[in-house]
Design a protein around this ligand. Structure first.
Ligand SMILES: *Cc1c(COP(=O)(O)O)cnc(C)c1O
Length: 437
C-alpha cells in the first residue's frame, strides 16, 4: 500500500498487511466488538488537548482558554476526558448539557451556543449553573435578561459577532459571512446595536465577544483577519461606550486531513502567529489584550476516530461501475451525503494487495445518496466478510448519527495505552422501540 494513505500518525500497517490504529489490530477489534464500529484513540485526543492548551498559554498567557466544541463528539466519556485535561467546553443544546451533567463535568466551565435557545433551554441551563451564554440575537438576549433577573443572578455572556470573513471552505460550514444565520454583523451595525442593548441590561454581565468563521479551515490567515476585525470592533466599542471587552473568543475551525491531498497544519505554530498579531494590533489600537479563547472541535477528535465496517456485497456492473456495500452507511456517517465530504477508505485485512478496483463504497440504507465515498481504489478481490476502515471519522459522525431505517447506532470503543474499552454501547433493536407506545 502506498504510504500516502497513512494520513495520521496513529494509522499504520503490520508486517502481515493488517491495518493498525493506535497500534492495535483493526481486524481483531472488529472481531471482538462487531461492526459497524467507531474506534476512538484516547491518547490522540489527550495529545491534541495538550497541544492546544500549551499553545494558547504560550501565545496568550495562563488565562487563555481552550473550549472543546463538543457537538463534534458528545458522549459522557469525552467530557470526563476534557475535565481531566483542563479544557472548557461548548454546548449547543440541553441534550448536550444533560450529558455534561451526567459526566460530572462542571457546567460553570461550559459556554452555551446555538442560534435559537428556547425559554426552556435558557431555564435548564441557568438552573444547572451554566458558565456563559454565547448570545446570538436580541430576542435571546432579552429572554436571558428576564430569566437572570427572576433568579437574581448576574449572567455572564459573550455576544456572537459576524466579522464578515469568507474562510473559503464549504458554504455549508461557513459561518462568518455577513449573511450568515449566526450572529450579528459588524458591517450592518447589528453588532454595535446588540452590544448597546446588552450593556443596558441589569442582570447581564457582558464579558466580551465571540466569532466563529467556519470549519475545515487550512488558511491560518483567516484567524489573523478575524482577530484583526474583532479587535478593531472592540476598540471602536470602547471608544463609543467605554465598555472594555475582557474576553475574545476566536471560535474553532482548524482543518484536519481526511485524504492524502489535505495539508496538515501545525496548530501550535498557527496559534503563536495569531498571538503575535493580536499583541501588535492591541498595541496599535491602545487596548489591553483580552483573555483569548479557542473552540476547536474537529481538530481535537477527527483523526482520533476510525470506523470499521464489514463488506456485504461487491457488485460489479459491467461497463458501468463497481459498488462495495458495507453494514453501516449514512446512519453512522452522513457527511458525504450532506456535504460531499472526502474520506480515505482502506481494506483493513489486506492493505498489501494492489488497489486496482475503482468503486463506490455505499451503505445499507434505502437511499441512493447513502454513499460513504465515491471513486475509492480497493483490491479487486474484495469480498463479503472483509473489513473496511474509514479514516478520520472522530468528528461529526457519531454526533450526527441517526436511526434511519431503524438501524441501531454503532458503539464507541476507546483505545488507550494499548488497551480498549467500550465508552458507548451498541444500540439494540429494543433501544430503538423504547419510546414507541
Ligand atoms: C462548530 C463550532 C465550533 C467547532 O468547529 P470545528 O470546525 O469542529 O473546530 C466552534 N465554535 C462554534 C461556535 C461552532 O459552532
Amino acid at each position: 500500500m502506498d504510504r500516502k494513505y497513512l494520513i495520521c500518525e496513529n494509522v499504520s500497517v503490520s508486517d502481515t498487511g493488517r491495518l493498525l490504529f493506535a497500534g492495535q489490530d483493526t481486524c481483531d477489534l472488529a472481531q471482538q466488538y462487531g461492526t459497524p464500529l467507531y474506534l476512538m484513540d484516547e491518547d490522540r485526543i489527550r495529545n491534541r488537548c495538550r497541544i492546544y492548551l500549551s499553545a494558547v498559554k504560550q501565545a496568550f498567557g495562563e488565562k487563555a482558554k481552550v473550549l472543546f466544541a463538543s457537538k463534534a463528539a458528545s458522549f459522557k466519556r469525552i467530557y470526563e476526558i476534557m475535565n481531566e485535561e483542563g479544557l472548557g467546553i461548548d454546548v449547543v443544546s440541553c441534550g448536550e448539557i444533560n450529558t455534561v451533567l451526567k459526566a460530572e463535568y462542571p457546567l460553570r466551565n461550559a459556554y452555551f451556543h446555538s442560534n435559537n435557545k428556547t425559554d426552556a433551554d435558557i431555564a435548564f441551563a441557568m438552573d444547572h449553573g451554566i458558565g456563559y451564554f454565547v448570545v446570538d440575537n436580541e430576542e435571546e438576549l432579552l429572554a436571558i435578561q428576564a430569566q437572570a433577573k427572576e433568579r437574581s443572578i448576574q449572567q455572564k455572556i459573550l455576544l456572537r459577532i459576524t466579522p464578515g470573513i469568507d474562510p473559503h471552505t464549504y458554504a455549508a460550514v461557513s459561518t462568518g459571512k455577513v449573511d450568515s444565520k449566526f450572529g450579528n454583523a459588524i458591517e450592518t451595525g447589528m453588532a454595535e446595536a446588540i452590544t448597546r442593548l446588552a450593556l443596558a441590561q441589569d442582570s447581564i454581565d457582558l464579558r466580551g465577544f465571540h466569532c466563529h468563521v467556519g470549519s475545515q479551515v487550512f488558511d491560518s490567515d483567516v484567524y489573523l483577519r478575524a482577530a484583526d476585525v474583532m479587535l478593531s470592533f472592540i476598540a471602536d466599542i470602547k471608544q463609543k461606550t467605554g465598555f472594555t471587552a475582557k474576553e475574545l473568543d476566536l471560535g474553532g475551525g482548524y482543518g484536519v486531513r481526511y485524504v492524502p491531498t489535505d495539508p496538515s497544519i501545525d496548530i501550535r505554530e498557527n496559534i503563536i502567529a495569531v498571538g503575535k498579531s493580536i499583541a501588535e494590533k492591541c498595541e496599535l489600537l491602545g487596548i489591553d489584550i483580552p483573555v483569548i479563547l479557542f473552540e476547536p472541535g474537529r481538530s481535537i477528535v477527527a483523526d482520533a476516530g476510525m470506523t470499521l465496517y464489514t463488506v456485504g456485497s461487491v457488485k460489479k456492473i459491467p461497463g458501468y461501475k463497481n459498488y462495495v456495500s458495507v453494514d453501516g452507511g449514512m446512519t453512522d456517517n452522513v457527511r458525504f451525503a450532506m456535504y460531499g465530504s472526502a474520506y480515505t477508505v482502506l481494506p483493513a485485512d489486506r492493505t498489501d494487495r494492489p488497489f486496482d478496483m475503482e468503486c463506490s463504497v455505499v451503505g445499507r440504507c434505502c437511499e441512493s445518496g447513502d454513499i460513504i465515498q465515491n471513486n475509492v481504489m480497493l483490491p479487486a478481490d474484495m469480498k463479503r466478510g472483509d473489513i473496511l476502515a474509514v479514516l478520520t471519522t472522530g468528528a461529526y459522525n457519531y454526533s450526527m448519527a441517526s436511526n434511519y431505517n431503524r438501524i441501531p447506532r454503532p458503539p464507541i470503543v476507546m483505545l488507550a495505552q494499548g488497551e480498549s474499552y467500550v465508552a458507548v454501547k451498541r444500540e439494540s433493536f429494543d433501544d430503538i422501540v423504547r419510546l414507541d407506545v
